[in-house]
Design a protein around this ligand. Structure first.
Ligand code: FAD
Length: 539
């Protein structure tokens, strides 16, 4: 994706639809809306640098098996969600699975086939084989397919490596209309200029927030920008305490990490500590094959108890032949950093993987602000409840984009008759050093990993919040005094998100799904969403 021309500081650009983010959700929305008007598609990095491109397993919802049914998929989703799924939302999204997969096929997604039919795979928590996939890189294949349709479309203007700074709303401009309306956004260009895109409709599709933790399976872009921007604009957020951790990510403190698929444990890999002791059976009689959250808690506990940096996955006994035939990509990736999994243990840590909470929306992405929609991982519809069922998230992204576009196309909206001021950078002085940004970033991730990780307590949450308040203040003063940069904007968003996650966790006086606290180890009788309202909070 390339921006077709650069835009200068202070200029204003108009379009019908401003879409922020080019993962599955943003690309699908752009593809559909291009038929109805001018689209600006903004992406802060390269198109491949999104959670979508990382998705391996597949997309759930291909109900073609004679044993399976929509009802069974709903049941599995609700079961995983630990009493917090919104069943009307689950029904709507799950029932659309087949239609979405058909559309992806029509657009050219090369889903794996067997005997002329979709090849369906099965994942943890699913009672049946119902996951359509493209080998072990489904997200990339879906993203490439959608991108091909969007990229050269004459109605789509792509702004690659442009970062959205903040949303512009009537309320922020001091215009007192009956409803708060979103008018567009301020955008930071790669050259450091800030310009305006004014739009009739704005769609946030900015993905997850794994970067709030030290170890994550998410790429660098996952800093929760959309959730932070929507909050600052006045949107409530929901269930942010539910961060899903993947039990086994490569521990690689000096480089990038990678997911070590559950299939390795499915095929018989052991989890061991430094002394080669298998420990998974100490926590659950299913050992290494217990559900994700139990295995993640077991590894976390062993790490905390021993003071070691990581635990290990041992696959050597599977034999070289099996490893090379079933896991060639992982084998190659590990070899590239000097680990031969056929002859060595692989160091692993649990890592932040999927944000179940987000901006409170309907399935169509509607928020409480007129003309502002949030779709994909940044949104919280109630589909996942307190824990996400594997492979339901790509489905949610695409169904939300579908419903969002349908709703927008039914609405007759004209440009707001207001003058939007250019971004004001007066009073900004060149920064002397950037070490503070890096320092704050590292601190936030350490605080979240140490105090707001897989196992929480009231005291740990209090400590984390006290520290976050200080960091928040430092960033707030730094933000208004120094030139904008991508890392400063991300830091500001990350700090806000961390604080919102802690506040959400503090409100939940029970252990449910992905939220486990030693002070309230049991389930409450009634299941309730955690909803935070932004009034008065305005970093
Ligand atoms: C390793 C891994 C494996 C996974 N496997 C699966 C799976 O098998 N099946 C499944 O269903 N789900 C899976 N998931 C989850 C799924 O991939 C994501 O939930 C989904 O892709 C999110 O899509 P999205 O469009 O909401 O966001 P993303 O794909 O993350 O896209 C977000 C976009 O927003 C842009 N952006 C963010 N902030 C800004 C800003 N301020 N300005 C401009 N642009 C911005 C980013 O650059 C990016 O383009 C996996 C996730 C990971 C990390």
């Amino acid at each position: 994706m390339s921006s077709k021309s650069s835009v200068k500081q202070g200029t204003i650009h108009h379009c019908d639809y401003l879409i922020i983010g080019s993962g599955a959700a943003g690309l699908m929305a752009a593809h559909r809306l291009a038929a109805h008007g001018q689209v600006c598609l903004v992406n802060k990095v390269d198109v491949t640098d999104s959670n979508t491109w990382q998705a391996q397993g597949g997309i759930a919802g291909a109900i073609v098996d004679k044993h399976d049914s929509i009802a069974a998929h709903i049941e599995d989703t609700v079961q995983a969600g630990a009493g917090l799924c919104h069943e009307d939302v689950v029904r709507e999204i799950v029932a659309s699975g087949h239609q979405i997969i058909d559309e992806l096929l029509t657009l050219g997604t090369p889903f794996d086939q067997e005997n002329g039919k979709l090849h369906l795979t099965r994942e943890g928590g699913h009672a049946y084989r119902r996951i359509a996939h493209v080998q072990d890189s489904t997200g990339k294949a879906i993203g490439e397919t959608l991108f091909k349709h969007v990229h050269e479309h004459p109605h789509v203007r792509c702004f690659r490596r442009h970062m959205v700074v903040d949303l512009i709303t009537s309320q922020k401009l001091g215009i007192h209309q009956q409803n708060n309306r979103c008018l567009g956004a301020y955008i930071l260009s790669p050259q450091g200029d800030v310009f305006t895109i004014a739009a009739k409709h704005v769609i946030l599709a900015t993905g997850g927030a794994g970067k709030v933790y030290r170890y994550t399976s998410n790429p660098h872009a996952a800093t929760g920008d959309g959730i932070a921007m929507a909050w600052r604009a006045g949107c409530p957020v929901m269930n942010l305490e539910f961060m899903q951790f993947h039990p086994t990510c490569l521990y690689n403190p000096n480089g990038s990490t990678t997911l070590l698929t559950e299939a390795l444990r499915g095929e018989g890999a052991y989890l061991v500590d430094k002394r080669n002791r298998r420990f998974a059976f100490d926590y659950d009689k299913r050992g290494e094959l217990a559900p994700r959250d139990i295995v993640a808690r077991a590894i976390d506990h062993e790490i905390k108890k021993s003071g070691d940096d990581c635990m290990y996955l041992d696959v050597q006994h599977l034999g070289k032949e099996k490893i090379l035939s079933q896991f060639p990509n992982i084998h190659r990736r590990l070899l590239s950093i000097g680990i031969d999994m056929c002859e060595q243990h692989v160091p692993v840590v649990p890592a932040a993987h999927y944000m179940c909470g987000g901006v409170q929306t309907t399935v169509a992405g509607e928020t409480n602000i007129d003309c502002l929609f949030v779709i994909g991982e940044s949104a919280c519809t109630g589909l996942h409840g307190a824990n996400r069922l594997a492979s339901n998230s790509l489905l949610e992204c695409l169904v939300m984009a579908d419903r969002c576009v349908a709703l927008i196309c039914q609405t007759d909206v004209s440009f707001a008759n207001v003058s939007i001021p250019a971004w004001d950078s007066s009073g900004v002085v060149p920064e002397q050093e950037r070490v503070q940004i890096k320092q704050n970033w590292d601190e936030i991730r350490a605080i979240m990993s140490n105090y707001v990780g897989i196992v929480r307590s009231s005291e740990r949450l209090r400590r984390a919040r006290r520290r976050l308040v200080l960091i928040h203040e430092e960033i707030a003063s730094y933000y208004w005094q120094h030139p904008l940069s991508r890392s400063l904007l991300e830091l500001r968003n990350l700090a806000l998100l961390a604080e919102l996650m802690i506040r959400s966790a503090q409100q939940r006086h029970e252990s449910r799904g992905l939220h486990y606290t030693t002070d309230y180890p049991n389930l409450s009788k009634t299941a309730k969403d955690t909803i935070l309202l932004p009034q008065g909070d305005n970093l």
